[in-house]
Write a protein that binds this ligand. Sequence first.
Ligand SMILES: Cc1ncc(COP(=O)(O)O)c(C=O)c1O
Length: 492
Amino acid sequence: MDRDVLERRIGPRSFARLLGPWRPPGGRGLASALTERVRLLVLDGRLPLDTRVPAERELAAALDVSRTTVAGAYDALRAAGFLHSRRGAGSWTRIPAGPAVGADSPSPFSPVTDEHLVDLATAALPSPSDALRRAAAAALTDLDGHLGGHGYTLAGLPVLRAAVARRFTDRGLPTTPDQILVTSGAQHAIALLLALFTGPGDRVVVEHPTYPNALDAIRGRGCRPVPVPLGPDAERPWDLDQLTATVRDTAPALAYLIPDFQNPTGALMDTATRAGVVELARRTRTPLIVDETLAELPLDVPGPVPVAAHGAEDGSLVMTVGSASKVFWGGLRIGWIRASPSVVRRLAALRPSIDLGGAVLDQLVAARLVDEVDAVADERRETLRTRRDDLRAQLTAAFPEWRVPRPSGGLSLWVDLGAPVSSLLAGAARRQDVLLAAGPRFGLDGAFERHLRLPYTVRPDRVPTAVERLVVAWRTLGSVPHSAEAERIAVA
Ligand SMILES: Cc1ncc(COP(=O)(O)O)c(C=O)c1O
């Protein structure tokens, strides 16, 4: 088979766009600045592994630098293990072998085990350990009733489907258990829905910025994400007219929205827009994924009523994705899809080609927890309120030039840095042992260099250290020494 057909490559102009503003102020140290930026793009997943990069001469022309600069950068990237080349054939991106990741099958999610490192790239709390232990102990007893069966449940365990359905009903969206499919987390739910509703070449409308792993799933399916910008108006960031025009103009196979404390902006969709979005989906027959992963974390507002409750209750067109990861624990790997019974059956039918259902014990634990959600969520919200306000206060004091908004829920701050330096800052912070998810990770084509997502899930005793190190990193912007750490920066 023709290798070029299968090969992933990036052209010189696209590469230049992806690099964004990479030149150091003063224009010195171009090769090492270029090295550093490519390294970051590989580590945070914006430049996929095994992508063929442009030839030195082509890239030099696209960047308007000397070929020596590009050759120097490529040499340094090769030496550090971020590129491998075959003479006369080209160079491909890769991740160096190391203790945490293998060179051939790098884990995009290398857990941060280094106590010295401050992880500001992951927006997730540790488990509510007491509640989790209690639920796990009860689930062990519940397990007895299942041990005589084969244990495969393509749509999920009935007891968990019933518990999730009850929770939707309590939140204002009457739901029956046959409308629920249990998944291994919300990310898996998104991938299953993409598999059901899209094919290669289809367009999928997304908010811009949006959740990076959803973008990756859309692209991984061979679809084209079509961005609709979230506006700066804190009261009404979703522009329904623009969304409508985009759906009309591009006829997407699917739209994917995060209306509740949107990741990364924290924005909350108002009731009128919720109704408008449902109406748009119905009028244009556009299936809509509503990602409710953060819906149980309102901090200063009442819990939002699900989008589907505004005229799409049957779930045939508006599919709601939920997760146990943020309110309970990411380590549970439990999520769900609420849709019509018929969509649930079709999802269950396509599932065996991907997986054969979730673990029985984990689902039993989740079922116990979902029934306790109010108590657990109350505690989480209390913790998060304090941490949000504390991190904001420390950031505002240390960086008067940053604009640090106060989201009404969710897990992170979407900070405006006042200058397009997010990737530079992520590189500089890494050298101070701080992991950051740079703004462009949440966008397309290098957008959001002025922004940085900072989760307030970080342990309070680590915040002063985190801020001190960020101050050092911020001051060193412009000098870009090389470092060779190789763990992939994961975003949740
Ligand atoms: C908006 C959004 N969707 C999906 C996910 C993935 O969640 P899960 O851990 O349930 O797969 C996340 C995790 O951060 C998220 O923020």
